[in-house]
Design a protein around this ligand. Structure first.
Ligand SMILES: Cc1cc2nc3c(=O)[nH]c(=O)nc-3n(C[C@H](O)[C@H](O)[C@H](O)COP(=O)(O)OP(=O)(O)OC[C@H]3O[C@@H](n4cnc5c(N)ncnc54)[C@H](O)[C@@H]3O)c2cc1C
Length: 491
């Protein structure tokens, strides 16, 4: 058996969260081993946020061109997928090659090891034949993989996950999308706008079921206007593939056929592969339970999707800042930490990004390390219109027994919505805690719903009193000015 090599920190999984932690700790002067079995950067740059948003940008350009009629003359649009596929291949992913990303990490001072990392007792990580003993700790940033439901026949068919949908060079004539969540709707709309006949099948009673019902309605109407067929309340029971076409059979005799089937029914962490039992951590959990400084157990931190706190790149980055500060604080306490200048700059940056967080002590951490706070977690579904949301929905707030006030206004009744005309579907919905006099949740749907959301995130995050929000000046005629109308309607 190989002798363990002593290092400061081992990071397993170099997705968004893991790469940030590993790179910043290495820059601060710690000896860091970063382990990645697939591509450095993870899901977001290769099969997630970035290529999907390139697809959406292109699809929205088509949609805008189709709106010229009646607004600005006449336009003829001919959709072509080739430039989209080329941009994803060449600009976003280097044809799914991470040479540049690996160099980005090693240039920061990290040591890169390609392979599957597995914990092998306290502080110890095994990657193939190599064994590392981490002086200060292990960070797990292993993310999630698509969760494929146990539908009869499905596993034997050549179904797509987000990987094949992002890598596609030639579009199919028809596509079944199993799952009406954010990723399903974004991709369904893109492909429909490029001429694919798309059918979305969702088991729940509405698409975007985690968001406000009004948001589900607007999103479903927008997709239907793009030609997408949406079937909700349909539980898939069997999938068949005859060599060229898929057939999906649902409860009650529903039947759908298409050239391709995209399965986007959620994501799953694979904890059983990580050797957690060797450090007394339950590998049967759905996600890795962490405290508010992302500790899994003494000397082990987790970051990103694997924590189950929200599958977003911004969550992974937010958590990474806390983990970096905590590991550096621990290294300093151990007296074997990084040089003073590196420490100061990294801890300063992490604290700066989370300055409103409480900063009192916790076991194994210096008192100045921030704590994670997800009250104002923003989430955006990049359909057209965009669905932005923060904090609690009305239902969640009522279930918590909060004295709820709701304010609602349609975007089309704002001046900017009226000017915008075609494509102005959307609304602002505010959820207030009437006793505290603050917003605790908000939804912003519209052409720039995700951007308008930022004002509402500040309001929820900083618990800005409603009285102050009502006496702010909102620029005329912006979309965000509709917030003022929704505040007026709070009741
Ligand atoms: C289609 C799609 C669109 C998305 N759009 C957005 C968006 O617009 N905005 C947004 O905020 N989020 C979006 N997301 C989510 C975002 O991609 C994730 O939240 C983000 O990638 C999570 O980062 P992570 O570091 O936790 O994990 P990941 O990016 O999943 O990285 C984990 C890494 O760990 C590696 N790994 C796992 N186990 C091991 C092991 N044992 N040893 C070595 N390596 C291992 C994996 O190979 C992987 O590279 C989207 C996701 C998808 C699928």
């Amino acid at each position: 058996m190989a002798e363990p090599e002593l290092v400061d920190v081992v990071v397993i999984g170099l997705g968004v969260g893991g790469e940030e932690v590993a790179g910043r700790l290495a820059e601060a002067g710690l000896s860091v081993v970063g382990v990645e079995r697939d591509l450095v950067g993870g899901e977001c740059p290769y099969w997630g946020c970035i290529p999907s948003k390139m697809m959406i940008r292109a699809a929205n350009a088509l949609a805008e061109a189709r709106r010229v009629d009646g607004l600005a003359g006449a336009a003829q649009v001919q959709a072509d997928w080739a430039p989209v596929a080329k941009r994803i291949r060449e600009e976003a992913t280097d044809t799914w090659d991470d040479t540049v990303a690996v160099r980005r990490f090693t240039d920061r001072g990290g040591r890169f090891v390609r392979g599957s990392g597995r914990i092998d007792g306290p502080g110890r990580v095994r990657v193939g034949d190599q064994v590392f003993q981490a002086r200060h700790g292990i960070v797990l940033g292993t993310g999630t993989r698509p969760s494929v439901p146990p539908i009869d026949g499905l596993a034997d068919t050549p179904y797509w996950t987000n990987h094949q949908a992002i890598e596609v060079e030639e579009l199919p004539a028809s596509l079944l999308v199993l799952g009406g969540g954010a990723i399903g709707l974004e991709l369904a709309q893109v492909f429909a706008r490029f001429g694919v006949r798309v059918t979305v099948v969702e088991a729940l009673e509405r698409v975007l079921a985690v968001e406000e019902p009004e948001a589900s309605e607007v999103a479903a109407a927008a997709l239907r206007a793009d030609g997408v067929e949406i079937h909700t309340g349909v539980r898939a029971e069997r999938v068949e593939h005859d060599g060229s076409r898929f057939t999906l059979r649902g409860a009650g005799g529903a039947e759908f056929t298409a050239d391709r089937l995209l399965v986007v029914t959620g994501r799953r962490a694979h904890l059983d592969e990580l050797g957690l039992d060797t450090v007394g951590v339950d590998a049967a959990q759905r996600y890795l339970a962490v405290d508010d400084r992302l500790h899994v157990t003494d000397g082990i931190w987790a970051v990103g999707d694997v924590t189950g706190e929200g599958a977003f790149t911004h969550i992974a980055m937010y958590q990474a800042a806390i983990v970096i500060a905590d590991v550096l604080a621990r290294a300093r306490l151990a007296g074997a930490g990084p040089d003073a200048s590196g420490t100061a700059s990294v801890v300063g940056g992490a604290m700066g990004a989370s300055s409103s967080l409480a900063a009192s002590g916790s076991s194994g951490s210096a008192g100045s390390v921030p704590r994670a706070d997800y009250r104002a977690l923003p989430r955006v579904t990049f359909t057209d219109p965009e669905v932005g949301a923060v904090g609690l929905t009305e239902r969640q707030a009522r279930e918590r027994g909060i004295n709820v006030q709701v304010g609602f206004t349609k975007l089309s009744s704002s001046t900017r919505g009226w000017i915008h005309q075609v494509g102005d579907e959307g609304f602002i919905k505010l959820i207030a805690d009437a006793d505290q006099g603050v917003l605790i949740g908000a939804t912003s749907v519209g052409p720039a719903g995700g951007e308008v959301l930022s004002a509402l995130v500040v309001a929820v995050h900083a618990a800005v009193p409603l009285s102050q929000l009502r006496h702010m000046i909102y620029a005329y005629p912006t979309f965000h000015r509709a917030i003022e109308d929704a505040l007026r309607n709070l009741s």
